[in-house]
Design a protein around this ligand. Sequence first.
Ligand code: CDP
Ligand code: MG
Length: 182
Amino acid sequence: MEKTFVMVKPDGVRRGLVGRIIGRFEDAGLRLVGIKIMRPDEGLVRRHYPDDPGWLRIVGEKTLGTYREYGMDPVERMGTDDPVEIGRWVREGLVEFITSGPVVAMVWEGNHAVEVVRKLVGSTIPLFAQPGTIRGDFSVDSPDLANREGRPVYNLIHASGDAEEAEREVKLWFRDEELCTS
Ligand code: CDP
Ligand code: MG
């Protein structure tokens, strides 16, 4: 049995989607083993999205890919086309956004839980997320709009990207005794 960390971000809580998001995971046969509503402080969010060049680069490359697709100029919009710099810019926006209101932190358990949750959550950019996924069904946000408004992409939910990230994030957000594991 694998565990994964999921967070309904402030936009998902504000829109009243917590119940429906939980329903998606229950429908798929995953088991809820930890849950709390909280307003995370800046330190926690900074530890959650680490200041790690590898992570920053991946996020920056993702952003650059979308810019290319839309023929937008990253230098004009963000002052740089260096992926790590762009990743850092996205991270700062995320810290501000995730601390802006309550989030619902959860741990889900099941067979291949990390992969199953990512599949149900859908692609990072809601515009590209398939219908049937949480991000595809409940949001139309895109980086060009987010960028124009100087904020990160509102995609309702965070889910661990792989087993290693899941282990780190579960430990970061929950104490052992807060989890009802089998
Ligand atoms: O959340 P996910 O694992 O799908 O994506 P990520 O690449 O780990 O990026 C973390 C978060 O950064 C995303 O969920 C978005 O909220 C934000 N992001 C953004 O605002 N603009 C981008 N171009 C890429 C990521
Ligand atoms: Mg991620």
